[in-house]
Design a protein around this ligand. Structure first.
Ligand code: GAP
Length: 514
């Protein structure tokens, strides 16, 4: 566990050191849970977005895009339920004056029991070596059983309290479990209160009677309120989908784990409108399709799992999360929900306008059901960074830090390096860059020794480097180096585009999805 935490810390500092992710307003000591993407981060993020966008809009002729505004009429959020129910339960410690999410304090406590049981398992594994049977040990060891019993009892009590929205009971759990504030070390807790996560601001001047508006907490509502506009102007027939990528804002109280939980983040959401009665079939289709999208990146099937929701939101009739194994455990990256006709009906009710679909085949009007796929760009970015980062010890004891980014997502696809800064080599290298830059992101680098330059490109995930040397001027060949294998081979300059284009383009990924 501690080792994994170290790896995560290294990923965070690597992201900053190489221009992927910076804390926002860093010269003013940063702004909590808000981050900026640097020169390489923005490229990686754009590639992730392109991969998603093209998999939706390019590969499906019944899915179209949308770019709706961040600000929306405030009634949208009343209709969607966000004004009344988009809350987190909060508790304050009176001594430290620090505020916490009560549910997170309890979930951390549940995790503590699990960690204690795991510690026993790890100790026993060391003691028994090869012959260790973890399942049997977990079923029989009294200490492990004791920790797990406490864990299960706590989880059951907590779930019941959350379902009943019983804030007094949630507080009582914190008191009974003797949970202390990590800052003051005391148990001097206030009552638990609900706190709405939406950011509010005002539109128009106060003299005119300004209107309270919200920064959208999800992009989905922009799709629902435009559903009829798109359906009519695009002459879309059910089933059809609308895809959107855009910023979302949530006033998260517990913001931690770097870009995992942010206050300003980006979502890629697709709403797929289907005929009522067919929604579970489509839910299963999108569940499989989205898992395929993740696994096409080659991060290992064992690092993904579905977490099917047992308790469903009142408007959903099926829901699952796609979880990825981060250094801090399996975590949600994407949600897939069968949202019934809840959202469209709510907007119909609050706006007073009919937004039904007329089916020309059956001559009937109905409110379509909706399947939503919703993934956070930043969480996907974190997934890619976590899986790609490696500190490698090479033969001979040398070390290197390498980002094994999937080539189609890498910010730079090819670095062109003149062996020395003279004898016409820089000119030849620039000529190669100038020809290839129209096809994929190609960069020139002449600073430092060739070994240092290779290491720098490894650290930012550039899949290929070519070196221009004195022979190049005679035979028009370069040395092509592969980031992962570090193998080098001579190839004619004229073949570079053909050799690399297929491997570094998104097409290679997209072809795995059909
Ligand atoms: N429209 C449905 C919706 O917004 P959600 O489960 O709240 O559902 C969907 O969010 C995805 O958005 C999550 O799976 C996650 O990837 C991302 N996400 C949500 N809150 C986030 C946050 N505070 N920071 C970063 N990503 C977030």
């Amino acid at each position: 566990m501690a080792q994994q935490e170290d790896v995560f810390k290294k990923i965070v500092s690597h992201s900053k050191e190489y221009g992927f992710v910076f804390p926002s307003s860093e010269i003013y000591d940063g702004l909590g849970a808000v981050y900026d993407y640097g020169q390489l981060g923005v490229e990686l993020k754009n590639n992730i977005k392109q991969y998603w966008w093209q998999s939706m809009v390019l590969l499906n002729d019944n899915i179209v895009g949308l770019d709706s505004a961040v600000f929306m009429h405030p009634t949208v959020w009343k209709a969607s339920g966000h004004v009344d129910a988009f809350n987190d339960p909060l508790i304050d410690n009176r001594d430290s004056k620090k505020r916490y999410r009560a549910d997170v304090l309890i979930e951390d406590q549940i995790q503590k029991y699990e960690d204690k049981a795991q510690k026993e398992v790890d100790k026993a594994r060391k003691r028994f070596g090869e012959s260790f049977d973890e399942t049997l040990f977990r079923q029989t060891n009294p200490r492990v059983l004791g920790h797990m019993e406490k864990r299960d009892a706590l989880e059951m009590r907590y779930k019941k309290a959350m379902e009943a929205n019983d804030l007094a009971e949630i507080r009582q759990i914190i008191v009974d479990e003797e949970i202390v504030c990590p800052i003051s070390g005391t148990r001097n807790w206030t009552d638990v209160r609900q706190f709405n996560l939406m950011f509010k601001t005002e539109m128009g001047s106060t003299a005119d009677g300004a209107m309270t508006v919200y920064l959208r907490p999800e992009t989905a509502q922009g799709i629902f309120v435009n559903y009829l506009n798109v359906q009519k102007t695009g002459r879309m027939k059910v089933p059809f989908g609308i895809a959107q990528i855009g910023k979302a804002f949530r006033n998260e109280i517990v913001a931690r784990q770097f870009i995992f939980r942010m206050r300003e983040f980006e979502q890629m959401e697709m709403q797929y409108f289907v005929k009522p009665g067919t929604e579970i079939e489509w839910f299963n289709y999108w569940k499989a399709q989205r898992m395929k999208w993740h696994q096409a990146l080659g991060f290992g099937t064992e690092n993904y799992r579905f977490h099917d929701h047992e308790k469903l939101a009142h408007y959903a009739n099926a829901a699952t999360d796609i979880e990825f194994r981060m250094p801090f455990g399996f975590k949600e990256v994407e949600g897939i929900h069968s949202r019934t006709d809840f959202d469209l009906r709510q907007h119909e009710k609050y706006s007073g306008k009919s937004i039904k679909y007329f089916d020309p085949e059956t001559n009937e009007s109905y409110t379509p059901y909706d399947i939503e796929t919703s993934i956070g760009v930043d969480r996907m970015f974190l997934t890619v960074m976590c899986h790609s980062f490696e500190e490698q010890t090479l033969e001979g004891g040398d070390t290197r830090t390498v980002l094994h980014l999937p080539a189609p997502l890498a910010p730079i696809k090819l670095a062109v390096l003149p062996l020395v800064k003279k004898d016409g080599l820089p000119e030849k290298a620039r000529e190669i860059v100038n020809n290839l830059k129209f096809h994929f992101n190609t960069k020139y680098d002449e600073k430092d020794s060739i070994g240092k330059r290779y290491r720098r490109q490894d650290a930012i995930g550039t899949p290929y480097c070519v070196t221009v040397d004195h022979d190049t001027l005679q035979d028009n060949q370069v040395t092509l180096r592969d980031r992962d294998t570090m193998e080098q081979r001579r190839v004619p300059i004229s073949e570079l585009q053909h050799l690399l284009e297929e491997r570094v383009s998104l097409t290679s990924l997209l072809k795995k999805l059909v």
